[in-house]
Structure formats: structure tokens, C-alpha cells
Write a protein that binds this ligand. Structure first.
Ligand code: UDP
Length: 249
């Protein structure tokens, strides 16, 4: 009996229309529109740098500590510094309580975010050190790795860490057969593909690219350029947030 109820529920969800006849998505956005985003830099007193981002229903805080001597010593690189990012979702950030502590997903996300940030930081300037970046997802609604990474790069800038450029991330994907920008939770769950992308906007160098689901070559190209356009809009907001932190409010 219960199994049947669950199956019916799944069927209903699968058949749920995510884009209506006017091309509007469930939150009223068009295909190429971002969710509303707010960023604030310098939100924590005891970190060397910090930032907070609200992106749709996502809420993420990022904090930076360092550069400081890497411990234990065997992780030190005598030629350059290392960036160690830690992405964490708090228990109450999702609908079903999340078990505290690292899991496969958060370890993977921490690794790719570390690599994306390391591409931007001029690590050769501080050998043997580590820069620790902590991201806490307080509320999640799909796109948290992009929100975390975007906030983390602001926190690095706030800490005065020398970088080639800010890193900014945004996803595109496929929903109801259409390529769309910045998927929210239902679109991520019941859509056909999700493509998170991070770039350094000045050079357009891609520092993170993942794909979940299936896209044709043509759809992939469209999703990638849509995500990059999204990143460029977010980059302007990042620069505004940094200016506000310097000028004060
Ligand atoms: N999610 C969840 N529980 C989990 C992991 C994820 O409810 O343990 C939700 C959460 O809203 C997250 C979304 O699923 O934002 C999409 O997760 P995904 O792994 O695609 O990462 P994200 O899009 O957040 O970077």
C-alpha cells in the first residue's frame, strides 16, 4: 500500500510541469534569469575574511583563515601555499535533517572548490602556508556549491589574499527539455541536467565544470555560454559587495 502511494507521488512529481506555456518557470523566472542574489562582505569579526550570500533560498556564509603555516608539516609545499576549502551543510539546511559531518558529497564539493580557488590565488607568494576556507550552508535550495564558491572568493578578497581574479560560479541545466539558467531545487530534482560552472571572469578561464544528467552537444554549448553569462552578472555584484565593504554603508 505504502509503496503504491510512494510510486503515485513519484509519478506526480515526474509529470509536474516545471515550465508553463508562457515559458515561465515555477518561481516566475524566464529561462535565462538568475534568482535574486544578495552578497555581503566582512560579516564575521574573528575570521581574516568573510562573506555571506543569499541566492534564491540558498543562504551560505564563507570564512577565510590564513595564510598561516600549514600543519602537519608534511602537507606543506616549499614552493607554494595550499588552499583547503571545507564545504558543510548544517543539519537544518535541508528538508530532511542532514546527518552532521562530512559525507561523500561534501568531500567532493570541498575538493573541487579547493581546486577552483587555488587556480585564482597567487599561491607562489606564500610557500609552506595554508589558506583555510570554510563554507557553511545554512539553507539549501540547489546551487549551493556555486553559492559557496562565489562567497568563498569574496571572503578571500576580504582577507586581502592576492588573486589573479575573483572566482564566480553559476549553473545552467535542462528542465522540461529546455536549457535554463540557475536551477532551483525542484528543477534540480526533476530536471534532466545540471551544469555548474565557475570562471575567472577577466580571462574567462573555466576553473570548475561538472555535469549531472544528459545534454546533447548543442545543449551543452548553450548551457555553458548561459552559465558564463550568469557568472558575469554575479561578478558585477561581487565587485559591488567589495566596494560596499570598503566604503561602508
Ligand atoms: N540536498 C538535500 N540533501 C542532501 C544534499 C542535497 O536536500 O543531503 C538538496 C539541497 O537543496 C541541494 C540540492 O539538493 O542544494 C542539490 O544538491 P546538489 O548535490 O546538486 O548540489 P548543489 O546544487 O547544491 O550544488
Amino acid at each position: 500500500m505504502m509503496d503504491e502511494v510512494i510510486k503515485d507521488f513519484d509519478r506526480e512529481k515526474k509529470e509536474m510541469k516545471l515550465i508553463d506555456e508562457n515559458g515561465k518557470r515555477i518561481d516566475g523566472r524566464s529561462a535565462e534569469e538568475l534568482r535574486p542574489v544578495k552578497m555581503k562582505v566582512g560579516v564575521l569579526n574573528r575570521a581574516d575574511g568573510s562573506a555571506y550570500i543569499e541566492w534564491g533560498k540558498n543562504k551560505v556564509v564563507a570564512a577565510v583563515y590564513g595564510p598561516r603555516e600549514a600543519q602537519p608539516r608534511h602537507i606543506q609545499n616549499p614552493l607554494k601555499g595550499i588552499v583547503q576549502a571545507r564545504y558543510n551543510m548544517v543539519s537544518f539546511s535541508v528538508t530532511d535533517r542532514k546527518r552532521p559531518g562530512p559525507d561523500r558529497r561534501s568531500i567532493e564539493i570541498s575538493k573541487i572548490i579547493s581546486e577552483a580557488l587555488e587556480a585564482a590565488v597567487i599561491t607562489e607568494s606564500f610557500p609552506r602556508t595554508t589558506i583555510d576556507v570554510s563554507m557553511e550552508v545554512l539553507q539549501a535550495d540547489a546551487g549551493t556549491r556555486c553559492a559557496g564558491l562565489t562567497a568563498a572568493s569574496l571572503a578571500l578578497a576580504d582577507a586581502g589574499v592576492p588573486m589573479k581574479d575573483l572566482v564566480v560560479a553559476c549553473a545552467a541545466g535542462k528542465v522540461d527539455g529546455q536549457v535554463v539558467l540557475d536551477l532551483l531545487k525542484e528543477e534540480d530534482n526533476y530536471g534532466q541536467a545540471d551544469l555548474p560552472v565557475a570562471i575567472m571572469p577577466k580571462s574567462e578561464e573555466v576553473v570548475l565544470l561538472q555535469m549531472d544528467g544528459h545534454l546533447t552537444q548543442e545543449e551543452f554549448d548553450r548551457a555553458l555560454s548561459m552559465a558564463i553569462e550568469g557568472c558575469k552578472k554575479l561578478y558585477e555584484m561581487q565587485k559591488e559587495a567589495l566596494k560596499m565593504s570598503v566604503g561602508g554603508e
